[in-house]
Design a protein around this ligand. Structure first.
Ligand SMILES: [Zn+2]
Length: 298
């Protein structure tokens, strides 16, 4: 079952454009053909069939499909390099609608997600022949490339960590990577988004953020039911764990923690072993770090 985040309204007047991109759970995968009222994606301009890593269908134009295909292929390659994960990955499908309404109709038919805040999702889809593949779906908006980087990360992390990854870590990292960009051969990650930072800071100042010791234990249902605090605080926690101690990612405790999970160790015990048994003890350090952080991008 998949819980749908409710509206993101913040009482303190902070302008919020938190990305609501959903990682659909495996149990929602068996799809029934039904009339959703959405246009038929088979009619969309399409690029990247045989041998490509992505098949991209864009309602708007073949030109956009080509651009999306290039972006997704590049960013997946950068995720592979960053995590040194060269496992074989099946081709995935990307669908970009040119308006939110058609996207929501399609999403509603696919995973019963029709909420107005939903910007995109990535799920394992099963076709009529029984083949499973990742399908990433979104629509054209000013955040299109961030949503694609975010959903592409969910796809990638399924290969890197498996489906058992804690939800705060999955959504926190997808947000951490959504501001990624590539210049030449350099991959830049983790740019601090102003709106996300302001939101996390406001939650901390107003004492509306859940204690980290709770956040890391939330299951999917609890996480999505508390989406308005869970998304920004999981981003903040990932940012802190990756950056606060000036370690190279490959040699960091954060990387070791991810490796622990990859090899099936208990996530809470691994978290305590890698970052300290008494999480409440460094909660204040985390909060001070986030409150001092400066935005780097919109
Ligand atoms: Zn997500």
């Amino acid at each position: 079952m998949l819980e749908i985040p409710v509206g993101l309204h913040y009482g303190a007047g902070v302008k919020v454009r938190t990305l609501l991109a959903i990682w659909a759970v495996a149990t929602a995968n068996v799809l029934l053909a039904q009339d959703t009222g959405a246009p038929n994606i088979a009619d969309f301009p399409r690029v990247g069939d045989t041998g490509s890593r992505y098949q991209v269908l864009c309602q708007n134009s073949r030109q956009l499909a080509l651009e999306v295909n290039g972006f997704m292929t590049a960013i997946l390659g950068q995720y592979e390099k960053y995590f040194q994960n060269w496992s074989a990955k099946d081709a995935a499908r990307v669908i970009v609608f040119d308006n939110a309404e058609d996207f929501r109709k399609y999403a509603g038919g696919a995973v019963s997600l029709t909420h107005a805040g939903l910007a995109g999702y990535c799920h394992l889809k099963t076709d009529e022949a029984g083949n499973q593949f990742y399908e990433l779906v979104t629509y054209e908006s000013q955040n299109l490339w961030r949503v694609l980087a975010h959903e592409g990360f969910h796809q990638f992390i399924g290969y890197e960590q498996g489906q058992q990854i804690p939800i705060w870590l999955n959504e926190g990292m997808a947000q951490y990577f959504e501001t990624s960009f590539i210049i030449g051969s350099q991959f830049h990650v983790g740019q601090v988004s102003r709106s996300k930072l302001l939101y996390a800071q406001a939650l901390i100042v107003n004492k509306q953020a859940p204690p980290l010791s709770q956040l890391i234990q939330w299951d999917r249902a609890t996480f999505y039911a508390n989406a308005n605090v869970a998304y920004p605080m999981s981003w903040a926690l990932v940012y802190y764990l990756v950056n606060a101690h000036d370690e190279r990612f490959g040699q960091s405790e954060f990387r070791r923690y991810m490796q622990d999970l990859k090899y099936g160790q208990d996530d809470i015990r691994s978290f305590q072993r890698r970052f300290g048994a008494d999480i409440d003890h460094w909660q204040a350090d985390f909060e001070n770090y986030i409150l001092r952080l400066q935005p780097q991008t919109n």
